[in-house]
Design a protein around this ligand. Structure first.
Ligand code: GRF
Length: 184
């Protein structure tokens, strides 16, 4: 199965997924695409020798990106730190084949504004005793698709938002590639 990863930022999850699938029989990362020309994920793609390109918001919304993904014979679309809303043209073309990871225990701390460090500040400010990850299918509504997997990690009052982010990233790297493979 061919996997495409869409990412807007650093791409540490993308790198973990590429490495994991390097010796998987069930799938491979065929391409990495970003909506940000300067996204570090593109540097990682270069180093990992994965075909990569950038696209604009209008190409995402016009269906041009879907066309490129179909031409590349992509079977699954993985969102790993992708910050744009997925338009219905992409959802229709890859129905139940788009997976997102959210760095919190949905339905808590979901929604448009909850990206990057915002989530971890919110968990800290709420005094929550745990945080974690949610891997879910993507539908028309932000962070509301069918939940496939969740894992939690304890959070203490001494933890800074950065400490929480580090704990959550560890969960992401440990589980995301594996959960993707289990769906292929
Ligand atoms: C991750 O925490 C992911 O859960 C969230 O955005 C972050 C992306 O980090 N969606 P990276 O770009 O994979 O390093």
């Amino acid at each position: 199965k061919n996997i495409a990863i869409l990412a807007s930022g650093s791409g540490s999850n993308a790198e973990e997924i590429v490495k994991y699938f390097a010796d998987s029989k069930k799938g491979k990362v065929a391409l990495i695409a970003s909506n940000k020309k300067d996204a570090f994920v593109l540097e990682r793609a270069k180093k990992l020798q994965i075909p990569h390109f950038t696209f604009s918001k209008s190409e995402l919304e016009s269906g041009e990106l879907v066309q490129k993904l179909q031409e590349a014979k992509i079977d699954w679309v993985i969102l790993a730190g992708f910050l744009l809303k997925i338009p219905s043209n992409l959802i229709q073309a890859f129905s139940d084949r788009i997976i997102n990871i959210h760095p919190a225990l949905l339905p808590k701390y979901g929604g448009k504004g909850m990206y990057g460090m915002h989530v971890h500040h919110a968990v800290k400010n709420a005094g929550d005793q745990e945080s974690g990850i949610t891997i879910h299918l993507v539908n028309e509504h932000y962070d509301e698709g069918k939940i496939i997997f969740q894992a939690a990690v304890p959070v203490s009052a001494e933890d800074s938002p950065e400490d929480i982010a580090a704990k959550v990233h560890k969960l992401e790297y440990k589980y995301f590639p594996n959960v993707i493979e289990s769906l292929l």
